[in-house]
Design a protein around this ligand. Sequence first.
Ligand code: DC
Length: 227
Amino acid sequence: MKKCKIITIDGPAGSGKSSVAKRVARELGFVYLDSGAIYRAVTLFLLQRSVSPNDVSKIEECLKDLDLEVKDQQIYVNGENVTEAIRSPQVDEMVSLYSALPVIRSSLLALQRELQDCQDLIAEGRDMGTVVFPDADLKIFLKADAKTRAIRRWKELMEREVDISFDDVYYQIIQRDEKDSNRELSPLIPAEDAIILDTSDLTLDEVVERVIKLVKDHIEQVKRCDA
Ligand code: DC
């Protein structure tokens, strides 16, 4: 039986992981898992119900009513397509607070693993290589300096005509780095066996090219070992 491959791409906000993971998955015919979108969807769901990240018992209760579905790169909360809505600055601002909570992380762990469902997968996020898929075939960690990441994120927001200043985006990136890296559970750190790639001075095409080469080299190496 064919063994399905899992490639993880982790890294901070704006490191380019979503764009890279999406392109690599398309070019190699892998399924793409955007775990950040799942944390964002839960955040939006709780914000819409005005549930504070400090109210853990209310969160626990609300999660019972949450039905999350990912289909054709679209994400649905109780049947509503929230793919666009989860990219708002409000969600950006709050997502690190909710995603640090054990009650939320544990409820999403099984869901993320189920999505693998024996298909070749590119899983992208913060803890894909360390916690969700520790036995992944290949682990990549993308990094870039904070200013470069803020510029990328700001351009993306400008293209979507979101009204926000560059300074606010930069501040949010620094805040999110701080919270995502210093939380107790599943902090943003490279897995010990991850390959670290600094994308600060690389174009998207260059990063995609390098990641595809890493994946292909890995597949070749496994084939040689199996022969
Ligand atoms: O990748 P992103 O910027 O869309 O992720 C949004 C937030 O979700 C990020 O700030 C932290 C959280 N997240 C997480 O805690 N674990 C993941 N595997 C992915 C995202």
